[in-house]
Design a protein around this ligand. Structure first.
Ligand SMILES: Nc1ncnc2c1ncn2[C@@H]1O[C@H](COP(=O)(O)OP(=O)(O)OP(=O)(O)O)[C@@H](O)[C@H]1O
Ligand SMILES: [Mg+2]
Length: 509
């Protein structure tokens, strides 16, 4: 955090110092709420959670080097006592953010790709100046303040993923943290049900650029009409990105290599340079262009941007991550979260990577789609058929059935299974060792038949025990929370695979 004395912090949060021997002690460490993240010089904020009371860990946090505890109940050691810890953390982060005048504070929002883009941007800006960014997807009213409060003192760029679940959420976050620059990636179908449709989503996402000052930078997607319209809602100058010729920063000669990674020529007002992304899927081109547009607007050289984009790695798990199992099987896990746009992007990447090999998609259900739920699930099955995938395994209940049915109507082999364990078992059976390009998968029943039971598959491949594939699928789908015990949204992820010459590739959008 911005170096501050304990006395200042107590004043900002309206708290009282207790058992603090030196109120003028300067703190510059982060504020953490998890005792496992305690580091010397931090402040431990004790939250009362549903299951755990953070105050019980206060002693442990102090022993681990925390300078004091932000607490709403008595704790054994130095504390700043407040009525409400969340309100205190929020107030402190707003105060800190307003003091960061030498820092370029950047917000990233959009329906899909916030985390991917934020991770790319952080890696690109690091070459230009010390950068601090959101870890993972902590983009809400707690994650944003904690990210601000974890900012080291000498930072030049602060990159904040900002999410919204409704109108007013981004206005709240930007009211707390003044932004100098903002990226709006897209307004898609993700969370559309929660908002009440794409127009309402656009209304909510546009709050990010409304908050910018006249000397601010708004980076907007020229290809997305609902994002493009946000130019009317900001006094900041707009840098456009996209495929559109009117975009300031755009891509030409886009192509995917056999691993589904995009290469393109980055065109900016200050020059052009070749980029080869390490991320899988063409959808990352738009994310990379948004990053390049921001980098251009803050004065980064196009060659440096292209080079950093080409070296950037996926930082947050579960998004188009490739895992080679060592037996020729590759798992690509994109099951962190799923929405109609991201699943479509993942399926297209699967096809790009198949190189004529059989392809299998394991698709979970998508949440938060409101009255578009059935149509959006059917559309995924239709796309699977249009792409000519070899097998769709839909995991879940009624929504998964809509995917399977639409895939079947389009002539694709399809199965409906109840849970990831059944999906993994089915994969064991349909991934025969040694199947090569041009060879079919041992699928039971004609493609158009409705939901052939998994039993029919095993009878076609009695010896098919693939523990590695099973473990991979269960493991990777497990990460995604497809187990009902770990996440309320069951099967929110998707996964797909393709089987090459003697190799097998498993891909998951
Ligand atoms: N520009 C894009 N268009 C469509 N899908 C995308 C795009 N960028 C990323 N994705 C896909 O969307 C999914 C979620 O990606 P990511 O975590 O980056 O998005 P997010 O907006 O941060 O999601 P969340 O709302 O859960 O925080 C992944 O499957 C990813 O591959
Ligand atoms: Mg995210």
């Amino acid at each position: 955090m911005v170096p501050s004395t304990l006395r200042e912090i107590a004043q900002v949060v309206g708290g009282t110092l207790e058992r603090v021997s030196d109120p003028d002690l300067v703190v510059s460490g982060p504020v953490v709420i998890d005792s496992r993240q305690v580091q010397p010089g931090c402040v431990f904020a004790a939250f009362v959670g549903e299951h755990v009371d953070g105050h019980l860990f206060a002693g442990q946090a102090l022993a681990g080097g925390a300078v004091c505890v932000l607490a709403s109940r008595p704790v054994p050691g130095p504390a700043i006592m407040v009525a409400d810890t969340l309100a205190a953390v929020t107030a402190l982060s707003g105060w800190m953010a307003r003091r960061m005048t030498a820092v370029t504070r950047i917000g990233v929002t959009g329906s899909s790709g916030k985390t991917s883009t934020k991770d790319l941007l952080a890696q690109v800006l690091r070459g230009h100046g010390c950068t601090h960014a959101t870890v993972g997807s902590q983009n809400n009213e707690l994650g944003v303040p904690l990210t601000v409060l974890a900012t080291p003192p000498d930072v030049r760029y602060l990159v904040l993923e900002m999410g919204a679940r409704g109108i007013g959420h981004l206005a709240y976050l930007t009211g707390l943290v003044p932004l100098d620059a903002a990226i709006v990636l897209n307004v898609g179908a993700a969370h559309a049900g929660e908002f009440g449709g794409p127009e309402a989503t656009a209304q909510a996402k546009g709050e990010l650029v409304e908050a910018l000052p006249a000397d601010g930078i708004a980076v907007l997607n020229a290809d997305d009409p609902l994002v493009a319209a946000m130019a009317q809602r900001t006094v900041a100058s707009v840098t456009w990105f996209g495929y559109s010729p009117r975009a300031h920063v755009r891509a030409e000669h886009v192509h995917l290599d056999e691993q589904g990674r995009a290469g393109f020529v980055l065109i900016t007002p200050s020059g052009k340079a070749p980029v080869r992304l390490r991320l899988i899927g063409e959808h990352h081109v738009a994310n990379a262009l948004a990053v390049a547009a921001l980098a251009h607007a803050v004065g980064q050289d196009v060659d440096a941007t292209a080079c950093a984009l080409s070296q950037a790695m996926p930082l947050s798990g579960g998004r188009m991550q490739r895992h080679d199992l060592g037996d020729g099987t590759t798992v690509i896990d994109d099951a962190y979260n799923a929405n109609p746009d991201s699943v479509a992007a993942g399926l297209r990447a699967l096809l790009a990577m198949s190189a004529g090999r059989p392809t299998v998609a394991v698709l979970g259900q998508m949440a938060e789609l409101g009255d578009r739920t059935e149509a959006d699930h059917r559309a995924i099955g239709v796309l699977a058929a249009e792409l000519g995938l070899d097998l769709v395994i839909a995991v879940g209940g009624r929504d998964a059935a809509a995917i399977a049915d639409a895939a079947g109507d389009g002539g694709v082999h399809h199965r409906l299974v109840a849970d990831p364990t059944a999906a993994a078992a089915l994969l064991d059976e349909v991934l025969p060792a040694g199947a090569g390009a041009g060879e079919g998968l041992p699928l039971g029943g004609p493609a158009g038949s409705r939901r052939t039971p998994a039993r029919a598959v095993s009878s076609h491949h009695p010896g098919g025990d693939r523990p590695a594939a099973r473990q991979a699928v269960q493991g990777h789908l497990g990460i995604t929370g497809m187990s009902a015990t770990t996440m309320p949204v069951v099967c929110s992820g998707t996964c797909a695979m393709t089987s090459p010459r003697g190799e097998r590739t498993l891909v998951g959008p």
